[in-house]
Design a protein around this ligand. Structure first.
Ligand code: PGA
Length: 247
């Protein structure tokens, strides 16, 4: 595991973008596993900037995203498809037909999950999977649990997530109660993992994930078993690891 300790969010964004850009340059038809959330927004901004400068070409790149809310269409501004379009895809020359996000509107969600696994397999697997990390150690929507869920599956959102999301919707009925997420095996099958973390709120999760026992109670701890992990984290996110003299 390589840990890049950087100063702040801006440096994290630049470094993480550089790691992904290096792959896109060396493998123009790379399969990128992408993530949503506030952490990668700055990184996506850098990739857009470098594309606009003529330094990156995404025309042959394909992508698969980690997760999507169940019940939201891609034009809903709270959906992860919308997030990806507005933060990245609309600003680069990626072929949208080659970008994949789980279908939140599928009538048969179990079948949609199977199809998503099949999409990942048919692309030949993921070259680099980008991950944010939850304050509780979650990756994608794989929340702390008694078991590691293997492949793409439907998850019930926790009450606190539903309440936290409520502010973005007009009424409680519109707030998604479930999501579709890649499972731990899908994530671990990626040839390389790029984990990004920023801020004090991630310090405990990062310490437990990188140095604690490997347990589904801290889903990201499974990454200790992956042979090619790059972590890009800022001082605040690494504060507990540094305090314990592990870095
Ligand atoms: P965040 O989310 O980037 O918005 O902190 C990360 C995550 O929960 O995976």
């Amino acid at each position: 595991m390589i840990i890049y300790a950087v100063k702040d969010y801006e440096e994290m964004s630049r470094k993480a973008a550089a790691v992904m850009a290096a792959l896109v340059v060396s493998k123009p038809n790379a399969v990128l596993g992408l993530a949503t959330g506030s952490t990668p927004v700055g990184m996506y901004g850098k990739l857009v900037e470098w594309y606009k400068n003529g330094d990156l070409d995404f025309s042959q790149v394909s992508s698969v995203n980690l997760d999507e809310y169940k019940g939201l269409s891609g034009d809903n501004d709270q959906s992860y498809r919308y997030f990806m379009n507005t933060n990245l895809f609309d600003h680069i020359n990626i072929d949208k037909a080659r970008t994949n996000v789980p279908n939140g509107l599928a009538e048969d969600a179990a079948q949609a999950c199977e199809e998503y696994n099949e999409i990942i397999r048919s692309m030949g697997g993921v070259d680099m999977q980008l991950l944010g990390i939850g304050g509780n150690g979650h990756i994608g929507f794989n929340e702390p649990s008694d078991v590691f869920e293997k492949e793409t599956h439907v998850v019930d959102l926790t009450e606190s997530t539903i309440l936290a999301n409520a502010r973005f919707f007009e009424s409680m009925d519109q707030v998604p109660k479930q999501a579709i997420t890649m499972g731990i095996k899908n994530i671990m099958d990626a040839r390389k993992i790029l984990l990004v973390a920023t801020g004090e709120g991630k310090a405990d999760a990062l310490y437990k994930s990188l140095f604690g026992p490997i347990t589904p109670k801290v889903p990201a701890s499974i990454l200790q078993l992956h042979s090619d992990v790059v972590v890009v984290a800022d001082e605040a996110a690494l504060s507990l690891i540094k305090e314990k003299g592990l870095l």
